[in-house]
Design a protein around this ligand. Structure first.
Ligand code: ATP
Ligand code: MG
Length: 431
């Protein structure tokens, strides 16, 4: 067996793990301010949940799904995205019931799976934080949810990312636009990429989402969806813009942007960044007023977004933003001899219970090597325990930065480490 991670996956550790934990904590705090509640759904679902919601012709379904039959013959799929599972949970748990406060606002964080060609910013297992709002058609929901995404980005120190905003209208508007787009594209049919030629029949709007150069050139002069919005859709879009303007949110209207999934209606948005010369979307979302109904639920307007955490990590790194503190240990216990080994275990337990982060030597090394470990762990204090200390029931405690050293009885160490820590560390912070 080859001991190697599967293609397109990553081990997350060290600084990346700490940064991800920090992003999750800041996201949770931000979303709580907007009264969102957390939800966790399974990492796999019935295949049809995704094939039906994303659309049978979408890239996600035709190319990217990690689907499999389980031992009971069920056709399952690792989730490629978070919206369909949350919609499923919304229906299955009857969150539409009148006694549940509306709108229902959820956020989630977890791994997603797509069988993609691995490359920079494109993994097969990646992580998303996302939010979904159910039960309000009010354009203020669209605007405030976009503001919440911008709020999180600026909390992370990323205030320069561009928000691209568009409306793809309601179904009536979209039917009119679809016709105009097909009329425009038909003469270029043979020049379009193979995928787009197929889309011209199956789902022409998706051609706008093409990443192929030949398609992009033809699309430059394509009609704009914004010219085909009916009055209702236009009023909705204007209102979203008005609220974003009032909040002084910077955005560009990008009429060529459609989202990769079939279920969007009216507002769509993406937050983009150039990463290693490539324009990548860090966050994308929009309104999906028909999806709940499509799954035989009650008519329920909805809005949501998903952001890719690995791409967010890349942007943070590119902009030299460090969300992690050099968090060090409060104390490191150096240990010499067998009697000290037992005492060290008792001491670290006692200090940990008092709320201090503490580690010790387990390898019976020379003191110099142990002090190096204390250094590597950025320990504020070093406590040295040898057989003499166990005999005398007291130990030397040293501030590793100032080198100041004092002796304390075991009683003092066990009962009130706070005073010792304060004496040796807190009172010398400005030295
Ligand atoms: P793209 O157009 O870049 O393929 P998408 O439209 O497929 O993105 P969404 O389905 O909107 O992406 O997913 C939301 C976010 O999840 C993306 O904006 C991106 O940050 C992230 N994401 C999507 N696919 C991947 C992947 N394969 N690897 C890493 N992150 C991803
Ligand atoms: Mg994609």
């Amino acid at each position: 067996m080859k001991l190697q991670k599967p293609k397109g996956t990553q081990d997350i550790f060290g600084k990346n793990a700490e940064t991800l934990a920090q992003i999750n904590a800041l996201a949770a705090a931000t979303f709580e301010n907007y009264n969102f509640k957390q939800i966790e759904t399974p990492t796999f679902e019935n295949y049809e949940l995704f094939s039906r919601s994303a659309g049978e012709t979408s890239d996600i379904v035709t190319k990217e799904m990690y689907d499999f039959k389980d031992k009971g013959g069920r056709h399952l799929a690792l989730r490629p995205e978070g919206t369909a599972p949350v919609v499923r949970a919304y229906l299955e748990n009857k969150f539409y019931a009148p006694e549940v406060q509306k709108p229902v606002k959820f956020w989630y964080s977890g791994p997603m799976y797509r069988y993609e060609r691995p490359q920079s910013g494109r993994l097969r297992e990646f992580h998303q934080i996302g939010v979904e709002v159910f039960g309000a058609e009010n354009p203020a929901v669209d605007a405030e949810t976009i503001i919440m995404a911008a709020d999180l980005f600026s909390t992370l120190g990323l205030s320069t990312l561009k928000i691209h905003l568009n409306s793809i209208g309601d179904s009536a508007s979209r039917a009119a636009y679809r016709k105009a787009l097909v009329d425009y594209l038909a003469p270029f049919e043979s020049e379009l990429s193979e995928d787009s030629q197929r889309r011209l029949i199956e789902n022409p709007l998706r051609i706008l989402d093409s990443k192929e150069k030949q398609d992009k050139i033809i699309l430059e002069n394509a009609p704009s969806v914004l010219d085909y919005l009916n009055e209702r859709s236009k009023a909705h879009f204007d209102s979203v813009c008005e609220i974003l303007d009032a909040a002084e949110i910077d955005y560009v209207i990008d009429s060529s942007m459609v989202r990769g999934l079939d279920y969007y209606t009216n507002t769509v948005f993406e937050i983009m960044s150039v990463i290693k010369g490539q324009e990548l979307t860090v966050c994308g979302g929009g309104r999906y007023d028909k999806l709940v109904e499509y799954f035989d639920g009650p008519a329920t307007p909805a809005f949501g977004f998903g952001m890719g955490l690995e791409r967010l990590l890349m942007v943070l790194e590119m902009q030299d933003i460090d969300l992690t503190d050099e968090i060090g240990l409060h104390a490191y216990v150096a240990v010499l001899g067998d009697k000290a080994n037992l005492e060290a275990s008792k001491l670290v337990s006692a200090l940990r219970v008092q709320g201090y982060s503490v580690d010790r030597d387990y390898l019976g090394r020379k003191l110099a090597a142990q002090y190096k470990s204390a250094d590597a762990y950025h320990a504020d204090l070093i406590i040295t325990l040898g057989d003499d200390e166990v005999g005398n029931q007291c130990a030397k405690v040293k501030n590793s930065a100032s080198r100041e050293e004092r002796e304390y009885s075991f009683d003092a160490l066990y009962a009130d480490f706070a005073t010792i820590y304060e004496d040796l560390v807190m009172n010398h912070e400005d030295d």
